[in-house]
Write a protein that binds this ligand. Structure first.
Ligand SMILES: Cc1cc2nc3c(=O)[nH]c(=O)nc-3n(C[C@H](O)[C@H](O)[C@H](O)COP(=O)(O)OP(=O)(O)OC[C@H]3O[C@@H](n4cnc5c(N)ncnc54)[C@H](O)[C@@H]3O)c2cc1C
Length: 244
């Protein structure tokens, strides 16, 4: 039985695009229907494979942004300028189209709702995608674990899942957004890059023994992880996912 499940996860299969919705200025949420989807854990990802008419194939990984048990499996894709796959997914893909994917993949960068430790999420750019799944799962399971999200984005227009994050803030999740490039007039959040001071002020302190997830571009993730260790957090409490 377990062998069947493992084989199935690694097999390419077809997903049908149920909807494509704007998630931010340059990001789209792809809601997928996948026959026989066996479920996933918040933090897991899938591999997506595109095939051109001449047979050329390109493959990329995308975090699952919807909670386990959702009616669709959602990906949130940020368009990268000149990006081969993200440009197609955000600009060309339409409801009714089919995609090849395999997954769910990953057992390390996963939040288990029965974990008692405070949850700390630190995201750079599209690195917030797996955290959208974790936060929705946290809400759906009625978890009493305290959660904080520290999220670095270029501008307010680049913040993914803004409305949903506001809803999570309304139910007690600590949401801190740092806008690195432009801040709108009257912006009450943070400006500039995440610094050691930001980590000190907006991350659960080491003595709270949080489980920390850090996700985003490689340079962001490495700088944050180094900063957290320098601030006294145990390296083993920190789980990182690099988007490359
Ligand atoms: C486990 C995992 C999960 C991921 N989840 C997501 C997700 O949920 N949402 C999402 O939007 N992306 C996610 N990514 C990144 C994604 O896999 C692609 O790398 C990204 O969409 C760019 O692919 P592309 O083909 O458009 O760009 P490419 O054609 O591969 O690259 C174009 C240019 O952009 C640069 N580049 C590539 N990736 C990035 C990046 N992430 N940030 C900045 N510059 C980049 C390249 O160096 C190159 O110069 C994830 C990556 C991993 C490994």
């Amino acid at each position: 039985m377990a062998g069947t499940a493992v084989r199935r996860r690694l097999t390419w299969r077809l997903a049908t695009v149920a909807a494509v919705t704007a998630e931010a200025r340059t990001a789209r949420r792809l809601s997928l229907r996948i026959d026989g989807w066996e479920g996933h854990l918040p933090g897991q990802h899938v591999d997506v494979r595109l095939t051109a008419p001449d047979g050329y194939q390109a493959q990329r990984s995308y975090s699952i942004a919807s909670a386990p048990g959702s009616t669709t499996v959602d990906l949130v894709v940020q368009r990268i300028d000149d990006g081969e796959v993200s440009s197609y997914l955000t600009e060309e893909l339409r409801a009714g189209d089919e995609l090849e994917l395999r997954g769910p993949i990953g057992g390390y960068f996963v939040w288990h709702a029965d974990l008692d430790a405070p949850l700390q999420l630190v995201a750079g750019g599209s690195g917030v995608a797996p955290f959208l799944a974790m936060l929705d799962h946290h809400a759906a399971t009625g978890s009493g674990v305290p959660v904080r999200l520290l999220y670095s984005a270029r501008s307010l227009d680049d913040v993914l899942g803004r409305e949903r994050l506001e809803q999570h803030a309304g139910r007690g999740v600590g949401v801190t957004i740092a806008l690195t490039r432009t801040q709108p007039p009257g912006w009450a959040g943070l400006g500039g890059r995440v610094t050691p001071e930001t980590l000190r002020d907006h991350v659960w302190p080491p003595d709270a023994e949080p489980r920390i997830f850090v996700c985003g571009p490689t340079t962001f993730v490495e700088a944050v992880a180094d900063g957290l260790v320098a601030a006294g957090h145990h390296a083993t409490a920190i789980r990182i996912e690099r988007f490359g």
